[in-house]
Design a protein around this ligand. Structure first.
Ligand SMILES: NC(=O)c1ccc[n+]([C@@H]2O[C@H](COP(=O)([O-])OP(=O)(O)OC[C@H]3O[C@@H](n4cnc5c(N)ncnc54)[C@H](O)[C@@H]3O)[C@@H](O)[C@H]2O)c1
Length: 364
């Protein structure tokens, strides 16, 4: 295959290195150009002498018509605006970091724009591709665990005040969300990926460990569409470091338990205990290795019309779950997911916070 898919990156912050490495590792992908407000950040990620770089992404897209897809790796609350520009003005595919958007309405508008412009939206939920997760997914699909009765998530990570103080967007309802939206979204997505959609949920949220407006500790109980019960505990107020990122599934025929600090280990798998060794990794950090799978999916979807690694509407259903959790905590009540309710707080408009991250076309 001679054709290469040209990828551009908007946002060269902490997680962008994982995107750049995944792109560079794939012989069928080419990093066409990068954009960040900060030249220093672009230099740190790629070396500005090695790849065309732009502080204004409009200029980047105007100068590089060969770009096929653009990775949006900016502050979460800016994903919608940045992705919408790329889809609507330049008609390019977009790969969007989690959370893909902040509100259900934004998802609806972006989805419609993508259809109108014949492009795709590729969400990044890379935890799905951890080897231990793939093993359990196969076990569930092939009925190795029997009827699923209980699914439990426990995330005990540490995000101290210094983490939130790093950038103005962190720890805000407008541009970030709390432990549920920023970190726990991986685990909420895995719950749905492994055991299907949740029917109703009851949730409590608190802020214990930092001076921020968003939640850093969440507990919830849930009922899945398939009748199983769910138990969710997510916190970034654990100290002094990350301890646990686990998910367990109790089925009528057996038990599976994923764990480690980053859901990278198969701790127990009763149908075949030796798989616990064969399907465990040792990730260095919370990002894992799944970005490579996401980009493989982008390539196959664009070139061969295959289903993306994670489908947009599927990721929007994880957003629906997230909003149901906030609404439950806001109203102190059970929430049925089929009502499609939106949080009053998550993704609320804050132009003062957003303004520094907005760029406009430079007039000729
Ligand atoms: N998948 C994962 O495991 C994972 C992990 C960490 C972060 N993320 C997500 O990635 C996103 C970025 O997180 P981060 O930690 O890298 O943040 P960051 O603040 O380190 O990086 C964001 C970058 O975007 C740049 N930016 C902002 N507006 C821009 C614009 N208009 N044009 C060009 N660049 C612009 C900023 O200058 C900054 O360098 C967030 O949505 C976050 O939730 C995902």
């Amino acid at each position: 295959m001679d054709k290469k898919i040209h990828i551009a990156v908007i946002g060269c912050g902490r997680v962008s290195g994982h995107h750049v490495r995944a792109i560079n590792k794939n012989p069928h992908l080419k990093l066409a150009a990068i954009s960040d407000l900060s030249v220093k950040r672009m230099d740190e990620i790629c070396g500005v002498d090695k790849v065309p770089h732009y502080q204004n992404y409009h200029t980047m897209l105007e100068n590089h018509p060969e770009i096929d897809a653009v990775a949006i790796i900016t502050p979460s609350g800016m994903h919608f605006e940045h992705a919408f520009d790329v889809v609507n003005i330049y008609k390019k595919h977009v790969i969007i970091e989690k959370p893909i958007v902040m509100t259900l309405k934004q998802g609806e508008i972006l989805g419609e724009a993508a259809i109108k412009n014949s492009v795709q939206v590729f969400p990044v939920h890379q935890y799905r591709f951890n080897r231990c997760v793939q093993r359990i997914r196969k076990a569930i699909l092939e009925n190795e665990l029997g009827r699923i009765q209980l699914a439990t998530v426990r995330m005990r990570w540490c995000r101290p005040q210094s983490y939130y103080d790093r950038d103005p967007w962190r720890g805000t309802f407008a541009l970030d969300g709390g432990c549920c939206t920023n970190q726990g979204i991986h685990h909420l997505d895995l719950l749905r990926y492994l055991n299907g959609d949740i029917k109703r949920i009851n949730c409590m949220m608190r802020t214990f460990g930092s001076n921020i407006e968003v939640e850093d500790t969440v507990i919830a109980i849930a009922e899945f569409e398939n009748g199983a019960l769910g138990n969710i505990e997510i916190t970034t107020a654990a100290r002094p470091h990350d301890f646990e990122s686990s998910l367990s599934i109790v089925g009528s025929k057996g038990l599976a338990m994923l764990g480690g600090s980053f859901t990278d280990k198969l701790i127990e798998f009763s149908p075949r205990p030796s798989d616990a060794i064969d399907f465990s990794d040792n990730f260095e950090d919370a990002y894992g290795l799944g970005h490579e799978n996401i980009y493989m999916g982008v390539l196959n979807a664009i070139l061969y019309d295959e289903k993306p690694a994670v489908e947009f509407l599927d990721a929007m259903n994880t957003m629906k779950l997230l909003h149901a959790m906030y609404v439950s905590a806001e109203k102190n009540t059970w929430v049925n997911l089929d009502e499609g309710l939106s949080s009053l707080q998550l993704g609320r408009q804050d132009n003062t916070l957003a303004q520094p991250y907005r760029v406009t076309k430079i007039k000729a």
